[in-house]
Write a protein that binds this ligand. Structure first.
Ligand code: ZN
Length: 243
């Protein structure tokens, strides 16, 4: 079993790119592989349910691999761990709303839905200075009433194209394999606070680099992954060539 973090640290210390079997781990301290121009487009890496006690490890690993991600935070976690939420923003991540208590929202009244979402908006705004534009319903469960509540708060609903199954005990290799199915514009579901998920990051980035894909932002207009505004200089993804 390869310890990805130790491997990464070794690669970073050497300032080189390590080849591990057939998998290349790019560890250049914040930049993607020089060959990757993002020409194949962007994918959305998402991590739900934070901030947690492990958010710092997640952020450090993302940064060490030059990855930016969208973190869908639980409102009450932001309230109890404001430092964690602020560190997400300062690490260059995007923050989305994931409800206040992580309930099955479609079993609640419209007023309860409104409370779950608006409390979280307020907590994230007061903690980080920015109100989210993106919302992910817990369990991916949605309906017309919830969509109306989202719209009233200016939120765009983001589900996912690929489920990493990290919440269901997926191994690091299985999480990497799931990310290997992502294509331009797509979004993958992962979670804060799961060690296999953190361990998968170097190999996920190596896989994306090998396919000329980059981790991007999720557009509030479309709910799809897109080039980050003000991000690294990149070639715009070809339109309509990959779906
Ligand atoms: Zn969740």
């Amino acid at each position: 079993m390869i310890d990805a973090r130790r491997l990464l640290a070794a690669a970073a210390a050497a300032g080189t790119v390590l080849a591990v079997g057939v998998i290349t781990v790019a560890a250049t301290g914040g930049t993607s592989s020089a060959a990757n121009t993002c020409g194949a487009g962007y994918v959305g890496l998402t991590y739900d349910d934070g901030p947690t006690g492990n958010t710092g490890t997640l952020l450090n690993t993302l940064r060490a691999n030059g990855a930016r991600a969208t973190l869908f935070n639980i409102g009450q976690n932001v309230q109890s761990n404001p430092t964690g939420a602020r560190s997400e923003l300062s690490a260059g991540m995007w923050i989305g709303n994931h409800s206040w208590t992580h309930p099955h929202l479609i079993q609640l009244s419209q007023a309860q839905m409104q409370s779950e979402l608006s409390q979280t908006q307020n907590a994230i705004r007061s903690t980080t200075g920015t109100a989210p534009r993106l919302f992910r319903p817990p369990y991916g469960e949605t309906n017309a009433t919830l969509k109306a509540v989202e719209a009233s708060l200016g939120l765009t609903e983001v589900i996912w194209d690929v489920d990493s199954q990290d919440w269901n005990g997926a191994s690091t290799a299985q999480i990497v394999q799931a990310a290997g199915r992502l294509t331009n514009g797509q979004v993958i579901l992962m979670h804060d606070g799961i060690q296999n998920t953190v361990n998968a990051i170097p190999q996920i980035m190596a896989n994306l680099n090998s396919r000329n894909l980059c981790p991007g932002a999720i557009s509030p207009s479309t709910g799809r992954a897109t080039a980050p505004a003000g991000g690294q200089p990149t070639t715009p993804p070809p339109r309509g060539t990959r779906r």
